[in-house]
Design a protein around this ligand. Structure first.
Ligand code: IPM
Ligand code: MG
Length: 360
């Protein structure tokens, strides 16, 4: 198979972790007889440095010409980086939101799975971690507070800021369908998370999700308020299969879910539209404090590349080979700093990539 992959190395640890993911992809190509062609794209801080803006038409057009995009991470240290002296719409994060919107990537899949080998790194009480967990957060990615009207102004001499949380039924229906489709391939449970005791947008969310559920009689649907969900994720994460939620709640809950897996450095993600195209990126940020020191954990990016093989290229066997290689390397005791525990073998970014590639 010939695949054209856009690559956004990005900022901070981005270039290092993407380099390792490409190493693993190249090994997959060699082992399974595929050809992966890469096209470098600029986004975020790297694009600001080159063009003064975090996202250009050129990047959007180039991304559209690819079958999938693999991304590291974007952004810098908000306190020290000159990117954050710019107005908000020209900062690195605006580029990421812009590309999500431009490519209509409304469905963000964030799996959180507790590896047997990483139980030690799990911050939960042993009786909770022993039950294990395997959930998938389906986060709506192109609506809600992130994209609603916002402004900051003075009203009668008082500084006032406003952000708008709005969803229409079409936006809710298409993400809900995605969640139910995925649940059918998993344990057939969807927990829809909202704040319907307070928000109108959540009350509509709940109604539309219930309408969609009628087409999936085999899937058990439950609803949960977001504050309760935050609590349940640390009390009893084993109860969750697919968590379906809006953009902002999904942002927050996915960080929490990833942390209970032991490290945010393990959590991959796929952002999909209604074609086979997807943007694949780790759920974590650019960790500028770790950049260039061979300390970052490349596993989330490598697992994101596995998601790309599965969702954009239909290469299930290859995706499984990557996931199995990750498990094997963990089993052998290799650990980057973020997942280190007693008896682990301290491993740098490059070596982690080498080891995973070698197991394919
Ligand atoms: C994420 C990130 C982004 C988000 C930031 C960088 C804009 O936190 O992908 O979770 O909030 O969506
Ligand atoms: Mg986030």
């Amino acid at each position: 198979m010939n695949c054209k992959i856009g690559v956004i190395s990005g900022d901070g640890i981005g270039p290092e972790i993407v380099r390792e993911a490409r190493k693993v992809l190249d090994r997959v190509a060699e082992r399974f007889g595929h050809q992966f062609m890469y096209m470098e794209l600029l986004l975020g801080g790297a694009s600001i440095d080159a063009y003064g803006v975090p996202l250009t038409e050129e990047t959007i057009e180039k991304a559209k010409s690819c079958e999938a995009v693999l991304m590291g991470s974007i952004g810098g240290d908000a306190k020290t980086s000159p990117w954050y002296q710019l107005e908000p719409s020209r900062r690195p994060e605006a580029g990421l939101l812009g590309i999500r919107k431009a490519l209509n990537l409304f469905a963000n899949l964030r799996p959180a799975y507790l590896y047997e080998e990483l139980r030690e790194a799990c911050p939960l009480r042993a009786d909770i971690s022993e039950a294990g967990f395997d959930m998938l957060i389906m986060r709506e990615l192109t609506g809600g507070l992130y994209f609603g009207a916002r402004k900051t102004e003075e009203v009668d001499g008082v500084r006032t800021a406003m952000d708008t949380l709005s969803y229409n039924e079409h936006e809710i229906r298409r993400i809900a369908k995605r969640a139910f489709d995925i649940a059918m391939k998993r344990r057939k449970k969807v927990c829809s998370v909202d704040k319907a005791n307070v928000l109108d947008s959540s009350r509509l969310w709940r109604k539309v999700v219930e309408e969609v559920a009628k087409d999936y009689p085999e899937v058990a649907l439950s609803h949960m308020y977001v504050d309760n969900c935050a609590m349940q994720l640390v009390m009893n994460p084993a109860q969750f299969d697919v968590i379906l939620t809006e953009n902002m709640f999904g942002d927050i809950l996915s960080d929490e879910a990833s942390m209970v897996t032991g490290s945010i450095g393990m959590l991959s993600s796929a952002s999909l539209n209604d074609t086979r195209f997807g943007l694949y990126e780790p759920s974590h940020g650019s960790a500028p404090d770790l950049a260039g020191q061979d300390k970052a954990n490349p596993i989330a990016t490598i697992l994101s590349a596995a998601m790309m093989l599965r969702y954009s290229f239909d290469l299930d066997q290859e995706a499984e080979a990557v996931e199995a290689a990750v498990r094997q390397v963990l089993k052998e005791g290799y650990r980057t700093g973020d997942i280190m525990s007693e008896g682990g073998i301290c491993t740098g970014t490059t070596q982690m990539g080498d080891l995973i590639a070698a197991h394919i």
